[in-house]
Design a protein around this ligand. Structure first.
Ligand SMILES: *Cc1c(COP(=O)(O)O)cnc(C)c1O
Length: 347
């Protein structure tokens, strides 16, 4: 099993002596989604980033951020997080033998992500505030202490994350017409754009994709400007002041793409449709990419027949509470064959 640093060594800032910290991330499925594609009149693919070792695309950036932290002699890493960055940082730090602290918003982090950070032995600090406050504090702390910041302000994160675009271009033989992607802090869309630009320069793509930046209306920082009280069921993108906002907007305009703001209801509909129609269970923030596609087809932004990739950023098991809340309740019955038969078959 090779990780993405081995796979893309020549295109990443590493040398032959760099001590690679990997959990076997990257090389995730680009899955055709024929049923949903036919419904929407597009050629649809899902980039299943939940297949990464800790269940989100954050692993692509973290393998390189932690590798470089080790190379530079660091012994501790820290991040602010809506959840997935903390799960990833904790796992890669454990693998490398570094100490790790994660600062998260109290009560607003999905259960699976918290469990992961704790399982890997990170010091988990929950603050009475949101992600934006957590990040401000963590940045200041890194000025005072010899701790490496592994939020996406860390440039190695984006370098690792850009490899997803390489994989897509390799599999499709070109960039797609549209790439639909959820946007929180703006790091991933910035990294994808960088990856596509590099693929263009090396001839692996003939033309760039248009980017569809998908946000929840309650956290639509790209369309509405920075927000003080972001709110959405999609906790991974519940960010009001994205650190990479200018770069995300720049990628959008250069790709001739668009930003969309989605109601939570639209996001939850997409969240239910993806596993029901295609068997791919992702978390609510990830489903925003598909919800954005649905809206962009309805208003004609994305034309019929377009080749579209939706980036499904994190695994559905990350947020079991939302999944169970959205699901039908299980049928209950006694343990006899007659009762079970009735429960299985009754309409
Ligand atoms: C981090 C994250 C995002 C947002 O990515 P940014 O780089 O912050 O824009 C989207 N979905 C999931 C599941 C995430 O963990």
């Amino acid at each position: 099993m090779t990780g993405l640093i081995e796979r893309y060594r020549a295109r990443l800032p590493v040398s032959a002596d760099t001590p690679v910290v990997t959990l076997g991330e990257g090389s995730t499925p680009l899955l055709p989604a024929p049923r949903l594609g036919a419904e929407l009149g597009v050629e649809l693919y899902l980039k299943v980033e939940g297949a990464n070792p800790t269940g989100s695309f954050k692993d692509r950036g973290m393998t390189l951020a932690v590798t470089k932290a080790v190379e530079e002699g660091s012994t501790a890493v820290i991040c602010a997080s809506t959840g997935n960055t903390s799960a990833s940082a904790a796992a890669y730090a454990a693998r490398a033998g570094l100490r790790c602290a994660v600062v998260v918003p109290e009560g607003r982090i999905a259960l699976g992500k918290l469990a992961q950070a704790q399982a890997s032995g990170a010091r988990v600090v929950q603050i009475a505030g949101g992600f934006d406050e957590a990040l401000t504090a963590v940045r200041a702390l890194c000025e005072r202490q010899p701790i490496t910041l592994v939020n996406n302000l860390n440039p190695y994160r984006l370098e690792g994350q850009k490899t997803a675009s390489f994989e897509i271009c390799e599999e499709l033989g070109d960039a797609p017409d549209w790439l639909c992607i959820p946007v929180g802090n703006g790091g991933n869309i910035t990294a994808y754009w960088k990856g596509f630009e590099e693929a263009l320069a090396s001839g692996e793509a003939r033309r760039p994709p248009a980017l569809l930046a998908c946000q929840a209306r309650g956290a639509a920082s790209l369309l509405r400007g920075p927000l003080d009280r972001p709110e959405t069921v999609a906790t991974a993108i519940r960010i009001g002041r994205p650190v990479r906002r200018e770069e995300a907007l720049d990628a959008l305009s250069r790709s001739e793409g668009r930003a969309v703001a989605l109601e939570d209801r639209q996001i939850l509909d997409a969240f239910r449709r993806l596993p029901a129609a295609e068997g791919v269970f992702c978390e609510p923030a990830s489903a925003a990419s598909f919800a954005g596609l649905v809206q962009a087809r309805a208003d004609g932004t994305i034309p019929e027949g377009a080749r579209v990739v939706c980036v499904l950023t994190g695994h559905g098991l990350k947020d079991p509470d939302t999944a169970i809340g959205e699901a039908e309740r299980p049928r209950r019955c006694g343990a006899t064959l007659a009762e079970i038969e009735q429960a299985v078959l009754a309409g």
